[in-house]
Design a protein around this ligand. Structure first.
Ligand SMILES: [Zn+2]
Length: 136
């Protein structure tokens, strides 16, 4: 409760820079597919990514202005934290604040996923006619 209140007051500088990086990736994807517009972006956010999803979506609304994703909707999926146990070798889902093996309970685990911010999907509007740059 306290944490989310603090998060709400915090200026989303961190999230803004994350969004800018993300939009660069999106623009690359759009470029590669000769898209004219991006209508949707799906992002997987791990619990250890350091990004607050609510701030991220607010920051996205600012960051998208003037980009190919100006009208894109951002969908945030919550990715789980996955740890691999150093003792029994299994990979299990773990709580972000208690990274221990889901099978044997040891704390000797390696984080496999959960600290990422991953572009999962980009919805593109393809150019109806290929845009050919005028060559001089
Ligand atoms: Zn284990």
């Amino acid at each position: 409760m306290r944490l989310s209140q603090q998060a709400r007051k915090r200026t989303p500088v961190h999230e803004l820079s994350l969004c800018n990086g993300l939009l660069r990736q999106v623009e690359q994807v759009a470029d590669a597919h000769h898209a004219v517009e991006v209508t949707g972006i799906v992002l997987a956010v791990g619990p250890l990514s350091g990004a607050e999803p609510s701030l991220l979506s607010r920051a996205f609304h600012l960051a998208r202005i003037g980009t190919i994703a100006e009208n894109a909707e951002l969908e945030i999926e919550h990715a789980p934290a996955i740890v691999r146990c150093d003792t029994c070798g299994v990979e299990t889902e773990a709580a972000a604040n208690a990274l221990s093996c889901g099978r044997c309970g040891t704390w000797k685990v390696t984080l496999k996923a959960g600290n990422e911010l991953m572009l999962k999907r980009v919805d593109l509007v393809p150019a109806e006619q290929p845009i050919v740059a005028a060559a001089s």
